[in-house]
Design a binder for this molecule. Structure first.
Ligand SMILES: *[C@@H]1O[C@H](CO)[C@@H](O)[C@H](O)[C@H]1NC(C)=O
Ligand SMILES: *[C@@H]1O[C@H](CO)[C@@H](O)[C@H](O)[C@H]1NC(C)=O
Ligand SMILES: *[C@@H]1O[C@H](CO)[C@@H](O)[C@H](O)[C@H]1NC(C)=O
Length: 390
């Protein structure tokens, strides 16, 4: 492939492959660990704000500055000062950053597309209120199917073809999923109890599995499934529920973390069943929950500061006020100025805006998941096309 560099970290990859080999207990796993890197040709991502690279911005207007200040030096559709986990994934696979499917200007989908839109959930929302968005996972799947169909129609000769993936890229792509937290928080917004939200999770999982089956039916084979992060350590949750909920020893709210853990247990089970149902699928379940919990609760040890204070915000106990979020402007002495500004040094901070992570945190999290040590099965990102039965 043109323009793709020889892997400079081959030595590291070999070391990782050897480490994966040591973690293996099963013949198929050994084969994959010893096997070649996958050479993914594209990435298709489904998700919400943690992986939105411009979907919501294309619909509701660009995210405001100072979003994007660290890396893009301007707003880039991301709720972050810089790059997201999905950007680090793309870079690691030597692929370009993903354009948002909904973004009609300047997009190049030749190596993938991003269907993620901030505020999206797995299940369709019954009421559109409180910032939830109707582009739920089933709608993202409709978009994907349409995208696939039209990429075929425009395959050759046409002016669009250079901006679309080639036919074989769809089977040689990595399909990434980062979605689910909004299914939990929308339940909270509707004043449902944690037990009521838990009772919905089996249905949420059925809909998640259906989405993966639909991609599989259209030729997708490699799936990278991120679980949901520790909700009870999120500033927007500690800000809202602090007085009502029980703290753990680190300052996270235990009932909300238990809700995320319950979701993740069910997700892991659903992925195990899917491996049986889809004989050619390589499904990697990635435990970002543990990585994020470790980062937030041991921030100082990892070189970060103030994990419970948002870098970008204005007022409130945690530098977070839901009605004055990052980039919020106010008129002061007749002039409109940004009052919810960035902190001095986002590179040592965990939370960017009280909801999303900083680029520095995203990079740290990425480094902990790229080698497969937090995945089930424990295979590195660039080997995630290999199926391992266990
Ligand atoms: C789209 O992106 C690919 C990969 O970065 C690049 O090779 C190609 O030239 C781009 N196409 C256009 C029409 O800009
Ligand atoms: C949830 O409860 C709060 C406080 O009691 C109330 O203000 C709000 O309207 C309720 N929301 C819904 C969706 O019922
Ligand atoms: C949050 O912002 C609202 C509206 O701008 C304001 O009325 C409220 O006092 C703020 N809350 C805190 C804790 O600063």
């Amino acid at each position: 492939m043109e323009g793709r560099l020889k892997d400079p970290s081959l030595g590291l990859r070999t070391a990782v492959a050897v480490a994966a080999l040591l973690l293996c207990r099963f013949p198929a796993c050994l084969a994959a660990a010893a096997g070649a890197a996958c050479d993914f040709l594209a990435i298709f991502n489904f998700g919400s704000s943690n992986s939105d690279t411009g979907g919501l911005s294309a619909v509701l207007g660009q995210v405001p500055p100072p979003n994007g200040e660290t890396y893009f030096h301007k707003p880039s559709g991301r709720y972050c000062d810089g790059r997201l986990l999905i950007d680090f994934i793309a870079e690691d696979l030597r692929l370009p950053h993903l354009s948002a499917y909904l973004d009609s200007v300047g997009s190049n989908f030749s190596h993938g597309a991003n269907f993620a839109v901030a505020g999206s959930s797995i299940r369709p929302q019954t009421t559109i209120q409180g910032g939830y968005i109707p582009i739920s996972l089933n709608v993202q799947l409709v978009e994907f199917s349409d995208f696939l169909l039209r990429s075929r129609i425009f395959r050759s000769g046409c002016v669009f073809s250079r901006l679309l993936p080639q036919e074989e890229y769809f089977s040689r792509a990595l399909y990434t999923f980062e979605i689910g937290q909004n299914d939990l928080t929308s339940g909270l917004k509707q004043n449902r109890t944690i037990d009521q939200i838990k009772a919905d999770i089996p249905d949420v999982m059925t809909q998640f599995s259906d989405a993966i089956k639909k991609v599989y039916a259209q030729g997708g084979r490699s799936f990278w499934i991120q679980n949901t992060g520790p909700l009870g350590c999120s500033i927007f949750i500690t800000d809202q529920y602090h007085r009502e909920a029980q703290d753990d020893e680190h300052g996270c709210l235990r009932p909300f973390n238990e809700l995320s853990q319950y979701f993740n247990t069910k997700l892991k089970q659903a992925m195990n069943s899917l491996r049986t149902e889809l004989p050619l699928a390589a499904i990697t379940y990635v435990d970002v929950y543990s990585v994020k919990y470790n980062l937030i609760t041991q921030a100082n040890k990892h070189g970060f500061q103030q994990p419970f204070i948002a870098c970008c915000g204005h007022g409130g106990k945690y530098n977070f006020n839901n009605s004055r979020r990052c980039g919020f402007k106010a008129t002061v002495e007749g002039k409109e100025i940004v009052i919810a500004k960035s902190c001095k040094d986002p590179s040592v901070r965990v939370s960017w805006d009280g909801v999303h992570f900083t680029e520095a945190a995203n990079r740290w999290i990425f480094e902990k998941i790229v080698d497969g040590s937090n995945s089930d099965p424990p295979i590195p990102l660039n080997m995630a096309c290999h199926r391992m039965d266990h």
